[in-house]
Write a protein of this length. Structure first.
Length: 231
């Protein structure tokens, strides 16, 4: 729960925190330490992630699991420097967007079939707030599917000293100094692209030829795919 539910007091605390973050250099120091320790990993990941994305026989589920593993390795390095702790769950009350292939993988691992969705949900479609917890959040504020949680959750590292900026108080969510995990998010998006093989007539030669059609995957919030959680 938040340090204070008084919106004004919270806004003041958030403003003061950002002033501190922008002036004391801690964030830069911490990120530099992590980046330096992560260099050998990132070199290996760049190569592995490329290999995984372009692998022709690996299933999409196995590719996503390989990405999870890569992000967890970074997480091991980041963990001592983050505000993230077991039982801290403000982020589990915000949108958690998951491509359908990842929802299916989670479903297979936990033995629950995800709801079939169509279309793409965006962050603005899902209400953030303590009234709307992820359906996998347990009564103690812990994730009940921790080893099968999606990349959206695995890659979230608040690099601040505590969870103040993650608190959902007031109308607008605060900016949070999350670690930059863009490469891994992009890799997931590329892995989840829907590729269908088809045959079509070449208008110039009149011959039939194979064609790969790529389209964006269905994306939904974890609550939409699993409205009853593990139930
Ligand atoms: S991202 Fe924020 S809310 Fe989530 S575990 Fe880390 S500090 Fe807590
Ligand atoms: S899957 Fe787990 S970590 Fe992710 S939002 Fe839900 S309860 Fe939180």
């Amino acid at each position: 729960m938040p340090i204070t539910e008084d919106v004004t007091a919270h806004d003041v605390a958030v403003r003061e925190r950002w002033t501190l973050i922008e002036s004391d250099g801690r964030l830069q120091r911490v990120v530099a330490i992590i980046n330096e320790r992560a260099i050998p990993l990132k070199v290996r990941h760049d190569e592995r992630v490329n290999r995984v994305i372009n692998h022709t026989t690996m299933t999409t589920g196995a590719k996503i699991e390989a990405l999870w593993e890569a992000v967890d390795e970074i997480g091991e390095i980041a963990k001592p420097h983050t505000a993230c702790r077991k039982g801290c769950s403000h982020c589990c009350h915000t949108p958690v967007l998951v491509p359908v292939q990842e929802a299916e993988l989670i479903g297979r691992r936990i033995g629950v079939k995800p709801v079939k969705l169509t279309g793409i949900s965006g962050r603005d479609d899902i209400e953030a707030g303590y009234h709307n917890p992820c359906t996998f959040l347990d009564a103690h504020g812990a994730c009940s599917i921790y080893s099968s949680r999606p990349l959206a959750c695995r890659q979230l590292f608040n690099m601040d000293r505590d969870a103040l900026l993650c608190e959902l108080v007031g109308e607008t969510a605060s900016k949070v100094p999350y670690m930059n995990m863009f490469d891994y998010q992009t890799a997931l998006a590329m892995t989840a692209i829907d590729r269908r093989e088809s045959v079509e007539r070449n208008p110039r030669t009149g011959r039939m030829q194979p064609r790969t059609v790529e389209s964006a995957p269905v994306v939904g919030d974890i609550r939409e795919f699993f409205p009853r959680g593990k139930g």
